[in-house]
Every structure is written in structure tokens, then in C-alpha cells.
Design a protein around this ligand. Structure first.
Ligand code: ZN
Length: 559
């Protein structure tokens, strides 16, 4: 996802040491549990959601049938659902007495023999939706309906286990006025005309056959026009198929296409080659009413309406949201604290698209921009680690840590393990965890296996503590010895970091002489390098290729 609001983090935070320690204990207990830290006794494997949309207004009638297995011990299933009225609940076709809490439905389950018993839970519900499904009138006065669930707003319209750790397949059966185009996750199964209360309406069925988190389960229903981008990235979809791509816009914006979407096929192709097959049945790009600049819903990316109307849609945003189809959607962060596995990856892969499309110097310029964004941040980067197990307001995790710092850490990891090991590890990480979930240690395990390095120190220094290195290089020139002498020191403000730092000494003829210093994570004693030079250097550049996430200062010459 991309935020529209550049000020991502709200307000200052203060927490006592006790609360921090307590939260760490709770987080560790979560880590030790199985793959579903949220409702560990249950696993929803499939949602079948039937929704009747109105001609106007926000009142829906719906039925959700969930297939649920129970690997743990529990007498009742607790589903998340806010606001709406629950009319009835059945378990395996039998009506049950449920308890409606302020944000939950508690459903008693009959005892079944055997391990992992399965239940069919059917919830009949409805009312006026206030969030999650955004019902609103567009600029031309037409009613539109777009799902917008991140992070846990699906519970405003879908009875669900609303947490990224519980992924499931989903079928959408949407009945809407015939003037609406309905798009859902996965593959279009059918459309047919039905009569409701003397009105002709269209029933559209979409089916996502791959497990996705609830926050990516959405529909669009609006007067949309479909523009076909054709079959793309052939051989790079699961099953060696092609990836059919479409753009859906409001009728007035149809001439936006192809525009920034002209290279949507190449973007899928690049990521497919680098990581592995595209995970879903199609990829649609929609003009929508998401509150975010872009939202990476599985197989149907929703972009902000204004980006189409103001003609500010761009390839960078398309690349970011497309990268999420692999990272975030197919491999989902099991816990919100590991959000960088989604946003950091999308940030870095958008930069890799820049490199493929516009060359290495554009790529380095983008890295420099990412780095200066990290260094300018005073809300999250300097205060919190990227893996932030304390934050419970998940919107606050849409910060410089998850995006820019996470993205730059991937860039440094690539240098640390080498090009081949990095992409081999990413491919095995993807293939091992696609249609499932992962935490940072799953990525570390693949990187360690491919590189044959122990990387605990790397992941700890960059992801489990705040800040970045602050490095000062002081240089002088010894005319008698014909050498430049450079002293490099770290300010231990955020602790010491281990990283290689390239130094480029530019001589009076403009030629660059390079040396690399290995900064130590163990001592803050300055390190010295000498570079033979016939005459005094004209200037010195630290990290000329933008490979180090560090605040860099050059001082000199000294007498
Ligand atoms: Zn994103």
C-alpha cells in the first residue's frame, strides 16, 4: 500500500518501561505459538460471501458461509463483526444460539470426534455499512462500492477471523444493479441476470482459489469501464500460464489507459523472473475509493480515485502495488510487527523496476531518496525498531521503518550475501511460504542457507533496534608520502553497526580512487585508511554508490 498522506505517523508516544517489558513478554509468547497467533484454536479455510447491494445508500443484505477447522481446544468460535445486525447463525445447517458482542459473534460448536474437525458456519447479516465496504457517491453522482480493509476493517462488513495469520480462499456472489460492474478477487466464474422485487439485477461470481488474508478480500461495484491490457508475462504465472491484466476506470477516465499502465506487463514479467510465478488468476488495476494512494488487494489493485482524475497515476505506484502480489499477498506477514516483509519489499522492488526501466543511475537516485527520507524521520526510525512488537495502532506501522528503512535493509542484505545468494534465497522464501505466512526469521533462514553466513547480527542491528550509523570521515593529505589519510569514526548514538563503507577519493584530475573500510560493530575506535595519491585530493565522497544506510559526514582537510 502507499499512503496518500505524507505525514504517516501521528503524534508522540510515551510508554513506561513496565509496559514495554510486558508487551515484549506477550510478543514472545505469541512467537512461540503456532501459525495463528490471533485465534489459535481455529483456521478458516474458505469464505463464501453473498452480498446484495442496494440501488442507492449503504444498506446491504449478506450471508457469509465459512469453512472452519479446529486444530485447537475451544468450545466456541469467535468471529469479528462490527456494527451490522446478525439475523441468524447456523452450524452445519443447524440453527444455533449465538452471542452478539460489541465487535464479535460467539458461536457455540458441537463436539466432534477426531483431530481437526471441520464446521460450516453460516451467518446471515445486514445493515448500513460504515467502513470496510465504502459506499459513496462519486463525483458524477453515481453510487459506488469499494472494499478497503487494511489493516483490520474487514470486520465492518465480513464476519471473519480478521487477522493476517489466518488465510483462506474466497468466493464472492454479488447482486447489484445492472449498471454496476462488479470485480472481485480471483477469477470471474459467472454473471447472470436475476429478478429481485420486480427489478432486474446482475449476479456476479468471482472465486479466489488461493489462500489470501481477510484484509485483501474485496469487491468493487461501480459504473466501471474495463480496458484490456491483454495476456502478459506468459510462462511466469502459476501453471506456466499468462497473467491477464485489466484496468477498470470510471467512464470519464477511460483515456488514462494505457498511459502509466503501458508497461504493467513488463513489471509482472520482471518480478516473475526475479522471484517466482505470479500467484493469482488475473491482475486488475482499479480506480477506486480506497483511503490509501494504492491498496494491493490480491489480484485486484485499488488506486485512489484522485490519481486518475488528476492524472497523477505513475509507474512507481503500479510497480509498488504489483510487487505486493508476491510480498504481502502471496507471502503474508504472520504478525503486524513484521509488516516490513510487505512494505519494505514493495519499496525495494519498485526501485528494482526503476533499475530495469531507467537504468542504474536512476536506481541509485531512488536509493538516495529513500535514504534521505529515512534520515529525515524523527517519528519512528530514531525511536522504534523496524520489527515493532509494541505498536497496537497498526496504521502507525505505515511509517518510514516499514517502508523506506525496510527497503534499504533489503538493498544492504543483497550486498552482504551477494547477488546470486540474495535472489536464490528470495525465490526459495517465496516458494516455501506462498499462499501462507512468514515472519522475519523465515527470511533470515533462507538467506543464511543460500549464503552460508550467520546473519543474526545483520537482522538484529538493522531490524530489532532503532536508528542507523552516524559516520564521520576526517581526511588529510601527506604531501611527502604522497598519500591521503582518512580516519572513519562512528557515533554510538544508536549503538555500533557493522558495515562496509566505500570511500571515493577524487584527485585533482577528476579521477576516483576507491577504498573500502569495514566498520566494526564492536568498537568505536576510529579506523584509518591510506590511499596513495600523487597530489592532494580535490574532494572525498563517502558511499558513492548509495549502498549504506548511514548519516555520512566528511570533514577535512586537517592541518
Ligand atoms: Zn505498499
Amino acid at each position: 500500500m502507499k499512503a496518500t498522506n505524507r505525514r504517516l505517523v501521528l503524534g508522540p508516544r510515551r510508554r513506561s518501561a513496565f509496559v514495554l517489558a510486558l508487551a515484549a513478554v506477550i510478543a514472545n509468547r505469541g512467537d512461540a505459538q503456532q501459525n495463528r497467533p490471533y485465534r489459535p484454536a481455529f483456521d478458516v479455510t474458505d469464505y463464501q460471501i453473498a452480498i446484495d447491494l442496494p440501488d442507492t445508500g449503504a444498506t446491504i443484505h449478506a450471508n457469509a458461509t465459512l469453512t472452519v477447522t479446529k486444530p485447537g481446544r475451544a468450545d466456541a468460535l469467535v468471529l469479528d463483526l462490527l456494527d451490522l445486525t446478525v439475523n441468524s447463525v447456523t452450524v452445519d445447517g443447524r440453527s444455533v444460539k449465538f452471542v452478539r458482542g460489541p465487535g464479535t459473534i460467539e458461536i457455540p460448536l458441537p463436539v466432534k470426534r477426531g483431530a481437526n474437525p471441520t464446521y460450516q458456519i453460516s451467518v446471515d447479516y445486514g445493515g448500513a455499512v460504515t467502513d470496510g465496504l465504502i459506499a459513496r457517491v462519486d463525483s458524477a453522482g453515481r453510487w459506488t462500492y469499494f472494499g478497503d480493509n487494511w489493516p483490520n476493517r474487514a470486520r465492518h462488513w465480513i464476519p471473519s477471523i480478521d487477522h493476517p495469520s489466518d488465510k483462506a480462499t474466497v468466493t464472492w456472489r454479488v447482486t447489484a444493479p445492472a449498471s454496476q460492474t462488479v470485480v472481485g478477487n480471483g477469477k470471474l466464474v459467472s454473471t447472470r441476470t436475476v429478478r429481485r422485487d420486480g427489478n432486474e439485477r446482475t449476479e456476479t461470481v468471482w472465486r479466489e482459489s488461493k489462500r489470501i488474508p481477510v484484509y485483501l478480500m474485496v469487491i468493487a461495484a461501480a459504473p466501471l469501464e474495463r480496458l484490456d491490457l491483454g495476456d502478459t508475462a506468459c510462462g511466469l504465472a502459476e501453471g506456466q500460464r499468462c497473467v491477464p491484466q485489466f484496468v477498470y476506470t470510471a467512464p470519464e477516465q477511460r483515456d488514462v489507459v494505457p498511459g502509466p499502465f503501458a508497461r504493467a506487463g513488463e513489471i509482472v514479467q520482471l518480478f516473475g523472473r526475479l522471484v517466482g510465478p505470479f500467484p493469482y488468476e488475473k491482475l486488475a488495476h482499479l480506480q477506486s475509493s480506497t483511503r490509501f494512494g494504492g491498496m494491493e488487494n490480491a489480484s485486484e489493485i485499488f488506486y485512489a480515485d484522485g490519481a486518475f482524475r488528476r492524472r497523477t497515476m505513475n509507474e512507481g505506484l503500479i510497480a509498488h502495488e504489483t510487487a505486493h502480489q508476491w510480498f504481502g499477498d502471496a507471502v503474508t506477514e504472520r504478525e503486524w510487527a513484521h509488516l516490513w516483509l510487505s512494505e519494505g519489499f514493495a519499496t525495494y522492488f519498485a526501485a528494482l523496476w526503476t533499475r530495469a526501466a531507467r537504468g542504474d543511475s536512476a536506481f541509485r537516485a531512488q536509493l538516495a531518496e529513500i535514504r534521505s527520507t529515512v534520515l529525515a524521520d524523527t517519528q519512528s526510525v530514531t525511536k522504534r525498531p523496524v520489527i515493532d512488537t509494541i505498536e497496537t495502532n497498526y496504521l502507525e506501522l505505515l511509517n518510514r521503518n516499514s517502508y523506506e528503512k525496510g527497503g534499504f535493509v533489503l538493498h544492504m542484505l543483497r550486498a552482504q550475501v551477494g547477488e546470486r545468494a540474495f535472489f536464490d534465497a528470495l525465490r526459495s522464501y517465496y516458494l516455501k511460504h506462498r499462499h501462507s505466512t512468514a515472519v522475519t526469521d523465515d527470511l533470515r533462514a533462507e538467506m543464511e542457507r543460500e549464503s552460508k553466513q550467520n546473519l543474526g547480527w545483520f537482522f538484529d542491528q538493522w531490524l530489532r533496534r532503532p536508528g542507523y550509523p552516524e559516520v564521520t570521515a576526517t581526511w588529510s593529505y601527506d604531501a611527502a608520502a604522497h598519500e591521503a589519510s582518512i580516519k572513519v569514526a562512528q557515533n554510538p548514538r544508536f549503538g555500533l553497526f557493522q558495515l562496509p563503507l566505500m570511500i571515493s577519493v577524487i584527485d585533482s584530475s577528476g579521477a576516483a580512487h576507491q577504498a573500502t573500510v569495514e566498520l566494526s560493530g564492536k568498537t568505536d575506535a576510529p579506523q584509518q585508511v591510506r590511499v596513495p595519491l600523487p597530489s592532494a585530493p580535490a574532494r572525498m565522497v563517502l558511499d558513492p554508490n548509495v549502498d549504506a544506510l548511514a548519516r555520512l559526514t566528511v570533514v577535512g582537510p586537517t592541518p
